[in-house]
Design a binder for this molecule. Sequence first.
Ligand SMILES: Cc1cc2nc3c(=O)[nH]c(=O)nc-3n(C[C@H](O)[C@H](O)[C@H](O)COP(=O)(O)OP(=O)(O)OC[C@H]3O[C@@H](n4cnc5c(N)ncnc54)[C@H](O)[C@@H]3O)c2cc1C
Length: 436
Amino acid sequence: MNIPQSSFPRVVIIGGGFGGIALAKKLSKKEMQVILLDKHNYHNFQPLLYQVSTGGLEPDSIAYPIRKVLQGYPNFFFRLAKVIGIDTKKRWVKTNIGEIKFDYLIVATGSETNFFGNENIETKGMAMKSIPQSLNLRSLILENFEQALLTDDLHERDALMSFVIVGGGPTGVELAGALAEIKKGILPKDYPDLDTRRAQINLVQSGDRILPAMSEVASRKAEQFLEKLGVNVWKDLRVLDYDGNMVTTNTDTVFESATLVWAAGVSAVSIKGLDAKELLGRGNRLKVNDFHQVDGFENIFAIGDVAQMETKAFPNGHPMMAQPAIQQGRNLGDNLVRLVEGKPMKPFVYKDKGSMATIGRNKAVVDLPRFRFQGVFAWFVWMFVHLYFLIGFRNRVVVFINWVYNYIRFDREARLIIRPYKKQNQGLKNQLKKGS
Ligand SMILES: Cc1cc2nc3c(=O)[nH]c(=O)nc-3n(C[C@H](O)[C@H](O)[C@H](O)COP(=O)(O)OP(=O)(O)OC[C@H]3O[C@@H](n4cnc5c(N)ncnc54)[C@H](O)[C@@H]3O)c2cc1C
């Protein structure tokens, strides 16, 4: 990897997400050689992926070059590398560009979409965990409308204009709200020759309320907002299968839709060599102690989505959200310095700053530790918080201008098919014909 030898201890961080970046920043001025490995050369601000999928933002505005985050620090090195294995005994990390030895290793690989073994949904449905996936979804949505224009078959047209979003967490709720706004504000103007009122947006949640991790009042209000926007909210309904057109559920309810978005679960990204059964907890997360050390190791740590730190307040680990990852990265940064200096490490204590979700313009729900509010003010708070945590001044300016423009003009101008998406349901027409 062409990284010079150093007299400083070598810290290798796998993953430049929220956790990895927070940690690297903490260590950047310390007497340590910090090597950050990521399979992408950018940090991805996942909370705004749904806006890329729905043409509200360009992908570049939610991505930030990892090299720029830590420019100018002589002991910091970034390598664009996919980690494929870890030798915990010999202290080597194996990647597609070579191997690197570590004194301290931090796994911050985040999580990936969990399809729970359903291959049909995995191959025919859409996920929204990365920028390329969001661009695929954006293309597919637009391609389906272009195709809907071309068919005389009303049945097929309806399926092309319908969406099934599986999972009533923040991702599903935010995506459903954004699609409803497109249906109302943009589709009738872009496709005057299509009856876009027939487009159906279905949000399917297996539990008895959407946003289950938030307060009941937030769930109730979010559902009201969605219904006001025309979204069909289905609760206590479990999607079982998808053949590229027909969505089957655990009841008699079926949907015909050319677009199924799976936002119903994630599991941690584990790495060979550190994936023994006894090391993993729920959702493949690495079990760690209060100091982020992976069970059985003193020099291997895990933070963020990939880490499961069981505490009294969080018996199943902290929520898989940006704040725990950032706070864990910062705490581990301090602890590594203390460790090197021979001082005792400090246990991690999560400061819950609350959670929020936006449903559409002037519509959001916010649960803070002491206050809960919904509506216009919540929407402004949501925007402010997202702008604040977005990395990079340019990105903040671009996103802010886009939001103001979209708000004033009721528009989303990034509705572009830059790289066409080929869906694996070429037989849609035939299937529809068979089914009708
Ligand atoms: C659509 C969506 C919306 C969300 N909305 C919110 C929200 O509103 N609020 C909130 O708090 N959280 C939200 N989250 C969750 C939040 O984004 C995650 O909890 C957070 O990103 C976790 O941070 P992390 O550092 O653990 O992992 P990540 O930020 O996922 O970073 C992991 C990094 O590891 C890299 N990596 C993975 N495997 C390898 C490998 N083998 N080799 C090299 N590099 C690798 C990846 O490229 C990535 O850069 C959302 C997530 C999604 C998908």
